[in-house]
Design a protein. Structure first.
Ligand code: ADP
Ligand code: MG
Length: 585
């Protein structure tokens, strides 16, 4: 039985195990370490997760979902092929897939998983993550904050035992900044700050907006298909500019029409500056909350795919007057940290027990009125932001008017003075004996545990005691409901095994078909039909042989497509002359 660590990302998810003295990332069925956090439902109801689903974002946008972690803990529903899903349900499918791959890779059952979540995740989002694991049938006792995982990996990899680090995790949909103090076997998060809606996706959006402005087109006027292609074009341009600073011509075609724009690093930097300014504010807040000055920090560790952007590194260097450091691959560091944590959990030899302490990322409190006429209650904070976890505080609230029969304890999270400007987490009603104003009371206790889950207890002066874990009421399922959903999840068929690779190849061919034009598009159609015929024939040996061949031919089409973007429509020089023939149509 194995314990695994999981980085359940907005864009990509990874799993890791600790064995033979190191944190080893787990390969998925397609041989890759990153599984895109995408889900797509096929026409027959079969569910695809990962690379195959990501391919379908373009060809079947209405049946495919991505970036749902951004909405974790909310009631945003995704309707995919007639079935609706909540964000934690889609996450459950991703977790299920990761667990299947891990089982196959390790050849053993999964005893437990440790899932990393952004330090900035609020209570709802954490509960939703645990619920997702439950739906996936994956036992999860502990969530670990992503920066703790990254710091664990950093101190393990560098052997540094005494350092203060600024961790900047710039991912697909979120930015997480933390200040971490490592000393001997203690990893202490001293401050965290973040933005749950700032990431590489926003950079893509900024490039798309720029492209539309340059061409005088409205994004809404493009077909959904064309819009999706524009987004992947923007992302490709962004990735390209992380490698070189050569200006990149972007070309988008639809039918007879074509549009173009040039993107270079300088332009990209200008487009990103408003986003970076938001990142700078978050960084400043984390450093300020840590009580350290920028000069006291021993290093800046970059985490997350977007931190690979050259323009972002350049911005950080200016901001912090010093270059940030890259330890290993910023895409892997969180998963590896979660894997180390799994090793510690299993008491693996060679791993010292590490004490990880966290802080509460938000202030938590109760809405309180000055008197009965007060229509705009203000906050009384029980647990201020950056308190050490676990934290436990109590506060007494008194009745406001004569013969008041109950006291409503409304729980909020946030930093604003007025309660209504913060996030409402829930409420508890407590009965009190009718009496003179102010003579009866409720004692409210907040217990915030190491997983970042809040338990509220309200004790009325008359003996009425109410206790509950505060979660979004929509996620607070009854036992029966929970069982029903778990059972309905077990029935879902998620594609895996060799079929998964076939689905991936076909989905990729379909996406290329949608993106290409002319003879290259016909080539894609030919590949789809031929491959489907082989699958239908049921000849397994032939199919096994054909998989690599199909992969190669798709790689060639992909290269052709890339060249088409970069060079503005020149065909390949050598082979298959007929490709060029109609290329200027
Ligand atoms: P998350 O943790 O949110 O799942 P990741 O850390 O995997 O996200 O980062 C995904 C984001 O990183 C995407 O927006 C992707 O476009 C971006 N990204 C990945 N590689 C690069 C690169 N080389 N240059 C710039 N951005 C990159
Ligand atoms: Mg991440």
């Amino acid at each position: 039985m194995a314990v695994i660590g999981i980085d359940l990302g907005t864009t990509n998810s990874l799993a890791c195990v600790y064995r033979d003295g190191k944190a080893e990332l787990i390969e998925n069925e397609l041989g890759s370490l990153m599984t895109p956090s995408c889900v797509s439902v096929l026409e027959d109801g079969t569910i695809l997760v990962g690379a195959a689903a990501k391919e379908r974002l373009i060809s079947h946008p209405d049946r495919t979902a991505a970036s749902f972690k951004t909405w974790m803990g909310t009631e945003k529903t995704y309707s995919l092929g007639g079935r609706s899903f909540l964000p934690h349900e889609l996450s459950a499918l991703v977790l299920k897939k990761l667990a299947d791959d891990a089982r196959r890779f390790l050849g053993e059952e999964i005893e437990e998983a440790i899932i990393s979540v952004p330090a900035y995740f609020n209570d709802n989002q954490r509960c939703a993550t645990k619920l997702a694991a439950e739906l996936a049938g994956l036992p999860v006792k502990r969530l670990i904050n992503e920066p703790s995982a990254a710091a664990l990996c950093y101190s393990h990899a560098t052997g540094r035992e005494d350092c203060r680090l600024l961790l900047v995790d710039f991912g697909g949909g979120t930015l997480d900044v933390s200040v971490v103090d490592c000393f001997e076997n203690i990893i202490e998060i001293v401050a965290v700050a973040g933005d749950n809606h700032l990431g590489g996706n926003d950079v893509d959006q900024a490039i798309v907006d720029y492209f539309c402005r340059e061409n005088g087109i409205a994004l809404d006027s493009l077909s959904p298909d064309c819009r999706a292609r524009l987004f992947s074009l923007a992302e490709a341009a962004k990735l390209h500019l992380s490698q070189t600073d050569m200006a990149l011509p972007m070309v988008l075609r639809e039918g007879e029409q074509s549009w173009g724009a040039r993107l270079d690093r300088k332009t990209l930097r200008t487009l990103c500056d408003p986003l970076f300014a938001r990142a700078g504010t978050v960084i400043a807040r984390a450093v300020r909350d840590s009580g350290m000055s920028a000069g006291e920090l021993d290093g800046v560790v970059l985490v997350g795919g977007s931190s690979r952007m050259a323009v972002f590194q350049e911005y950080l260097t200016e901001l912090l007057s010093g270059a940030p450091s890259l330890v290993g691959n910023p895409d892997h560091i969180v998963a590896q940290g979660a894997g180390l944590c799994a090793g510690i959990k299993q008491r693996a030899e060679g791993l010292r027990d590490v004490v990880m302490t966290d802080v509460c990322p938000f202030s938590l409190g109760v809405a309180s009125c000055v008197d009965q006429q007060d229509r705009n209650p203000h906050m009384v904070f029980l647990i201020p932001r950056s308190s050490m976890l676990p934290a436990r505080r109590s506060e007494v609230f008194r009745t406001l008017y004569e013969d008041q029969k109950q006291i409503r304890v409304e729980v909020y999270q946030g930093e604003q003075y007025y309660a209504s400007d913060n996030l409402r987490l829930g409420e508890i009603l407590v009965q009190v004996p009718p009496d003179r104003a102010g003579s009866q009371w409720v004692e409210v206790t907040f217990a915030y545990d190491i997983n970042g889950i809040l338990e509220v207890t309200a004790r009325g002066s008359g003996g009425d005691v109410r206790r509950r874990v505060i979660v979004n009421p929509k996620l607070d399922l009854s036992e029966q409901e929970r069982e029903r959903i778990i059972a309905s999840f077990e029935e879902l068929s998620i594609e895996s095994g060799a079929h998964d690779r076939d689905r991936y190849l076909l989905a990729r061919a379909e996406r290329l078909f949608a993106e290409l034009t002319g003879p290259a598009r016909r080539e894609a159609a030919f590949l789809i039909q031929r491959y489907q015929a082989i699958i239908r024939s049921g000849r397994q040996a032939l199919l096994a042989r054909e998989r690599d061949e199909m992969q190669e031919r798709l790689d060639r089409l992909e290269a052709f497509l890339q060249a088409d973007w970069m060079l503005g429509g020149w065909g390949p020089e050598d082979e298959d002359e007929d490709w060029d023939e109609e290329d200027d149509e």
